[in-house]
Design a protein around this ligand. Structure first.
Ligand code: PMM
Length: 268
């Protein structure tokens, strides 16, 4: 069964739900709602990674995420912390996080791998080539699927050398990170190859620009949040069908329902 990771962005400027849950109480309530909707994991982040986003001081990031993590972990939720900072990752584990979700795959702050190794927690290693302010400068590939797989294999080796048990690693193709529209589709077509590397695979397409671009083609009108959520649910089912261990989404209920259909059909 594919797991659903529900995103809780405690940020004023996130790509898709920025500003909505910046207050601690709102973020906690939202996390509880996502859990009731069927999320198996709640992914708590305090720094937006949207294209062009400002970097956040790790101390500010910790102020945003720690109270939310504490409360949701105490309520029994499985928590992942969406951070590139080793100090935030360490504090989050202390507060109850079971997974470190580093969209930079240990490249922004290499200490994060040591933190994950010492804590013995799961770690998501995403494909990443640079911070949001200049990531598109790095969007050059010979073959997107092959390059993503080989760069993630190299990061997996680094993680294991840092003392992380291979079974603790989760690989993520980093959809939307240093990838232009079509390159994201190429990365998604490469999922079977990524799955065959060995570790569990997580996929995050939720509400991303490449989906909106597709939906808006041929004058089909604005890709509203609702339309993006429907497209996300379909993409998540397709990821599940090729062996993704988990999908990271904002609208958990839509993806839960879509996965239920695929499960009843017997395709996932
Ligand atoms: N995408 C975003 C944030 N965190 N984490 C993982 N592992 N994979 C992703 O694709 C991913 C992520 C950006 O999404 P948001 O800011 O719209 O929530």
């Amino acid at each position: 069964m594919t797991l659903i990771m529900g995103a809780v962005n405690v940020t004023p400027d996130s790509f898709s739900d920025g500003g909505r849950y910046v207050r601690t109480a709102d973020a906690i309530a939202h996390g509880l709602q996502l859990r009731a909707d069927g999320a198996h994991i709640l992914d708590i982040g305090g720094e937006s990674t949207r294209p062009g986003a400002e970097r956040v001081d790790p101390a500010v990031e910790r102020e945003r995420v720690l109270p939310v993590i504490r409360e949701l972990a105490a309520a029994g939720a499985v928590i992942s912390v969406d951070t590139m900072h080793a100090t935030t990752a360490a504090a989050a584990v202390e507060a109850g996080a079971a997974i470190i979700n580093d969209v930079a795959g240990g490249l922004a702050d290499p200490d994060i791998l040591r933190v994950a190794a010492d804590a013995g927690v799961d770690v998501v290693i995403s494909h990443w080539r640079g911070h949001s302010d200049d990531m598109y400068a790095h969007a050059q590939y010979d073959d997107v699927a092959r390059d993503v797989a080989s760069e993630l294999t190299a990061r997996l080796d680094v993680a294991v050398s840092a003392g992380i048990a291979p079974e603790r690693v989760i690989l993520d193709p980093g959809i939307g990170f240093a990838k232009h529209g079509e390159q994201n589709w190429e990365a998604l077509r490469g999922l079977p190859a990524l799955v065959s590397i060995g570790p569990r695979v997580l996929v995050g397409t939720s509400r991303k620009r490449f989906l909106a671009d597709l939906l808006e083609k041929d004058g089909a009108g604005e890709a509203t949040e609702q339309r993006r959520d429907l497209a996300t649910a379909v993409a998540s089912v397709l990821a599940a069908q090729v062996g993704a261990w988990g999908v990271r989404v904002h609208d958990v209920a839509a993806t839960r329902d879509a996965l239920r259909v695929a499960q009843a059909w017997g395709t996932v």
